[in-house]
Each structure stands twice: as structure tokens, then as C-alpha cells.
Design a protein around this ligand. Sequence first.
Ligand code: IPM
Ligand code: MG
Length: 402
Amino acid sequence: MRAAAGSSGSTSWFLDDIGAGDYPGCVSIERHCDMATPSLLILPGDGIGPEVMAEVRRVIDWFGANRDLAFDVSEDLVGGAAYDAHGAPLSDATMAKAQEVDAVLLGAVGGPAYDKLDFSLKPERGLLRLRKEMDLFANLRPAQCFDALADFSSLKRDVVAGLDIMIVRELTSGVYFGEPRGIVKEGNERVGINTQRYTESEIARVARSAFELARKRSNKVCSMEKANVMESGVLWRDVVQEIHDAEYPDVELSHMYADAGAMQLTRWPKQFDVIVTDNLFGDMLSDLAAMLTGSLGMLPSASLGLPMANGRPKALYEPVHGSAPDIAGQGLANPIACVLSFAMALRYSFGEGAAADLLEGAVQDVLAQGHRTADLMGPEGGTPISTAEMGDAILAALDAAA
Ligand code: IPM
Ligand code: MG
């Protein structure tokens, strides 16, 4: 057997469980009074990004005022907003700042105004640059079905009620970044080229993240690729199996072709615990999994890299939803995914499991009380509340729980 690829220390931030909630904590830091105030870079971005982030700012302020949990918050531009200001979707200065802070919180990027831009200038490139240069290889996308929303899913209640799965998407390699790429002329026609490429160590490190997470959940990992048609899929399957056999034999491991995985996710999603998959399949499967829970407006994500000198992982938190330009600026957007992304930051970057529990509990309370933004209007209809009213409700639930 080949030696297990990659350095086994590379995901050590998953090893220490200090969080008390549903997600495993993954940093070895604790609350130290003598530590500098933790720093947070907020990049609201485009579309509904700024309006959902405005509600997160209020939540951050609430923790400062009520929980002695102050953050050194700075704000900057990304995506189309950065392009408008600097002619690039992420300035070098903002990139440098992102490398320095303890965590980055991002809203969303993109919009029709930028569709015609050269590829290198598109808003999405700003986000991709952050992911690549911060080396955020493990993208955690939990799909949890809140009880109060089980009837909002397009699937039957018993298929989704109680659903709690975690997609671990490889985020810094694969066809998103592989070379060669481009559109070239061949004879009389143009050819579009992208390259799916994975090294053993890239597969190994994200596999370890998935196994570590599984150990703190239901101890089950399903790895998804297309080993039936792609060599990169064959290697993916081999390396995941090797890492399993050498380091995580106690975890139940299965393999599935990604197309069958999509089918199984809609047929009986509760068969899964942790799903580990590559960048492109992870992009698609996580949208699918998100929608099982009723609305894309609910789901947060954490993108984690190697530990920094202070023990915290490099980290960027963002909602899974996009910039939704069609509803931007109208107060219709659901801020919950972005609020829950901050909860993930509390848990994974700052070791504040209790604060994350409190915030996730407040969101649950708000939903149980029947507060609904427009994306959460079920078949029975009703009057949706605005983005800011949802923020009000979350703050009120925090007050009530505190
Ligand atoms: C996501 C998004 C991004 C991706 C876009 C905005 C570049 O769809 O985070 O899932 O494709 O990774
Ligand atoms: Mg996506």
C-alpha cells in the first residue's frame, strides 16, 4: 500500500473539541482574557450581501454589549463592489487584510452588471482568490432541517424532518483552478478548456477533515466522485480509502458516484452523515442539500485552512446562497444564513461554543414563533417580514434567552 499522502498534522484544528453544540469545535484555543481582541474582516459584497450583513453587524454588537465578546471589526469591499471602486474584484490591500485577521465574514458576490466583464475581473474571482490564497481547503456546508421548516421542503416531511448532514467540499483545487484553462481557437472554432486535477495530498487533507468531523458526529463518511469515468475520481477514491484504512478505521466509509449521490440525497438524505467530495461536485451537491431543508436562505458555511500562529485556523465564513440580484435592496432577503455563518465563526474560529449555541437557539426560536421572510412562505402563504424585522426578531430572541 502506498504511504498515506500529506502531513497528518495539517488538520490538527479538528482534533480538539471544545464546542458544546451540534457542530464539533475544531480549534485548540480557549477564551484567554489576555488575548488581543479577536479581529473580524467583514466583506458584504454585492446584491443582498450588504443588507443581510447589516443584520449580522447588529448580532455582533449584541454579543459585545451582552456577552463581553467584543470583536475588532473592519469592513471592506469584494466582488462587483470592489470592481466599481478599484477596477478589481479584490484589491491587494483587502487580500492582505484577509490574511491578517482572525476570520473573514463574507456576504455574497456577483450580479448582472458584471456579466460581460473579462473572466479575471468577474466578482466571483474575488471570492476564489480569497479561497485560494488563504488555502481554505475544507469547506463545511451543514444542511440541517429546522423543525419549524420541515413542511417548506419540496420533499415530504418525513424525508427531511430532523435532517442533519455535513458536506465537506474541497475548495482550493479541482476543475475550479486546474491548468490549462481558457477558450482557444482550434481551426475554425473555439474550444473551452478546464482541467480537473487533484494531487494525493490535496485529497488526503480534505479526507482527514471529513473523518475528524465524522468522529464527532455519527462516525460515517460517504465519499463522492466519478471514478467510473474520471481518473481524478479513481485517485480520489483510492486516497480516501487509504487514509481511512491507515488512520480512521473506526469510521464507517462508503463511496458513491456523484450522480448516484445526488439521486440518493433526494431519495433518502438521512442515510448520510458526512459527505466528502471535490470542488465542483461539492458546489452542486451542497445547493441540492441546502434546498432539502426548505430554503437556500438558511444555510451557512465555513471555509477552513491551516492553523495560524495563534492556533486559529485560517477561516472565511459565508452563506451558501448567492447575491440574489433580483431581490437586492428591497428588504426581502433572509439574513439567517449569514447570521448562522457568524455562529460558525464563533464556534470554529473563536472557541465560543456556548455563544454559538445561544445564537443558533435564537434562530430556532424565531422560526418556531412563526417569523418568516419571503423565501420561507410555505404553501399556506402569509405575510412575510423584512430582512431588518428578521434581525429584530433574532435580537429579541437573544434578549429573551440571555
Ligand atoms: C458557492 C458559489 C461559488 C462557487 C461562486 C460564487 C464562485 O456558487 O460558493 O457555492 O461556485 O464556489
Ligand atoms: Mg455554489
